[in-house]
Design a protein around this ligand. Structure first.
Ligand code: FE2
Length: 226
């Protein structure tokens, strides 16, 4: 009888261990890899590389940022807009937008002194935090497409909202006038956060793209009431 009770307790304990592991999505330590099960429950469904936003992240982040590419060779670009909540109307303050991009030659080029952990993002990377009206502005250069490939030039974006435990990606910023942004590629875009296609207006040598972001739009596992 005692043997039988011990057996039942043992089986129950094993079952609990399995159930208990399921669905623990939080990964507060970016150095610990996220398992596929965890990815499926994260807001955004997981993102390879977004966690590098924490590498070298400044304590104070402002709503306007000038990238290290600004004073390098390239077409000067200003991306600015408003980040809205899921309703598309309410401005979302204190949202961190992390961006990383290629240089004017299409490379994620490193720079002396940059943190080794973030080297795959290249040196043209930075952060903005939306102001009380949800506004942000990034002064940078237009990225060039990867050499010898037909992938549209792009700026990667990772979002960290104040009330969501993990970061997630939205559609890369691409450019409406890019010859590589053909109909086929446009069809495959996920429209995460809304369309990532930027229309450029030229103003005295500066290319300006107004671009709004809708938090949670087409984002898996997004809970509107978070
Ligand atoms: Fe890329």
């Amino acid at each position: 009888m005692i043997t039988r009770i011990i057996y039942v307790i043992l089986v129950f304990t094993i079952l609990l261990a399995f159930v208990g592991c399921n669905g623990q999505a939080k990964n507060n330590n970016p150095s610990v890899p996220i398992t596929p099960t965890e990815k499926s429950t994260l807001v955004g469904g997981g993102c390879d590389g977004c966690e590098l936003m924490y590498v070298g992240m400044p304590t104070d982040i402002f709503s306007v940022d000038t990238s290290s590419g600004w004073n390098e060779i390239g077409k000067k670009l200003l991306v600015k807009g408003t980040v809205f909540k899921l309703d598309g109307k309410t401005p979302a303050p204190n949202v961190i937008i992390y961006y990383w991009q290629t240089d004017d030659n299409g490379y994620y080029s490193p720079k002396d002194g940059m943190d080794e952990k973030a080297i795959r993002h290249g040196h043209i990377r930075g952060w903005v935090k939306t102001d009380k009206n949800g506004k942000y502005a990034i002064y940078t250069i237009k990225p060039a497409p990867y050499p010898n490939e037909d992938i549209p030039a792009h700026i990667h974006i990772s979002i960290k909202e104040p009330n969501i435990p993990n970061e997630y990606y939205i559609d890369e910023f691409v450019f409406d006038d890019d010859k590589f942004l053909n109909a086929e590629k446009r069809k495959t875009m996920e429209n995460r956060g809304g369309s990532g296609i930027l229309s450029i207006q030229n103003s005295d040598g500066l290319q300006i793209a107004k671009h709004n972001i809708i938090l949670g739009f087409n984002i898996p596992n997004y809970l509107e009431k978070i």
